[in-house]
Design a protein around this ligand. Structure first.
Ligand code: NI
Length: 287
């Protein structure tokens, strides 16, 4: 199983390396469209056999016009010495570029408004099954009776953020009341996990930068907002996120609705297939 997994991974890496080479090539103005189509269509996105280092690429995937081919990408993801660069870069330069381009794409899934007795539990189960970590911006008043869910979030490697106690618009409150809203939720989380929340998602995206609390919070907004709370159609939510997401994005969802949780798990499956890895907000923005 281990070696199957390894070769599967190798195939994926080699396949993405190949796409990146094509992209670099496209930038130098050389038209390789004919070659690309031929190489990709022949092996249907590079099978494991095509890139296994102990078995060279089948002859028919080798390029027909001397340009880049599947055979140019080895099992270790580097460009073979006999690859013929057309942009004047040495193979070593190319390999350097590839290493950089192969950095995994990352996104952070964030869930607001919970915990919800049923849907947050379903979400935690689904994320655990997929070994994916997310960030939960919890509403203080929803914690009572759901302490066990907060404990699970902590134990299962998720990040717990703050979404105020009453889900209020921070900028409508006096500075003091605003601090209380954040502090109350942080205290509830601290009772369960042993530490305060460091990140806050201001409800309605409205934060007051002038707030002077006795603690420092890092406000976190979002890049992708499928407006999941406006629809019960999970398909639509999945479609909106997949149509908008890019590397480094923070995705906003709500673990307060059944359709949102269903959509979230499908988004994880789809983006995993596309090579994305899921990180918590702190990992994404504090790197
Ligand atoms: Ni909210």
């Amino acid at each position: 199983m281990k070696s199957l997994f390894f070769w599967g991974l190798t195939a994926i890496l080699a396949s993405s390396a190949y796409k990146d080479i094509v992209r670099i090539g496209a930038a130098d103005g050389v038209d390789r469209s004919g070659t690309e189509t031929a190489a990709v269509s022949k092996d249907g996105s590079l099978s494991a056999e095509a890139v296994s280092p102990d078995q060279n690429a089948p002859a028919d995937t080798a390029s027909e016009n001397g340009s880049l081919s599947a055979g140019a990408v080895q099992g270790d993801g580097k460009v073979a010495a006999d690859a013929t660069p057309e942009d004047g870069n040495t193979p070593a330069d190319r390999a350097g570029e590839l290493v950089e381009l192969q950095e995994p794409k990352q996104v952070a899934l964030t869930f607001d408004d919970g915990p919800h007795k049923i849907y947050t539990r379903e979400l935690l189960d689904g994320l655990a099954e997929r070994k994916v970590h997310a960030t939960f911006f919890v509403v203080g008043k929803n914690i009572e009776g759901n302490e066990e869910l907060i404990e699970r979030m902590e134990q299962e490697g998720h990040l717990i953020g703050n979404h105020t106690y009453d889900h209020v618009k921070i900028c409508d409150l006096s500075g003091e009341d605003a601090c209380v809203q954040v502090e109350k939720t942080s205290a509830l989380v601290r009772e369960i996990t042993g530490h305060d929340t460091e990140f806050v998602r201001p409800p309605f995206g409205a934060w007051n930068k002038e707030m002077e609390c006795s603690f420092v919070m890092i406000p976190v907004l979002w890049d992708v907002d499928p407006l999941d709370w406006t629809t019960k159609n999970a398909d639509l939510v999945v479609q909106r996120v997949l149509g908008d997401v890019e590397n480094g994005d923070i995705i906003l969802l709500h673990d307060f609705y059944e359709s949102s949780v269903k959509a979230a798990l499908r988004i994880v499956d789809e983006l995993s297939k596309q090579g994305y890895e899921f990180v918590t907000v702190d990992e994404l923005i504090l790197e």
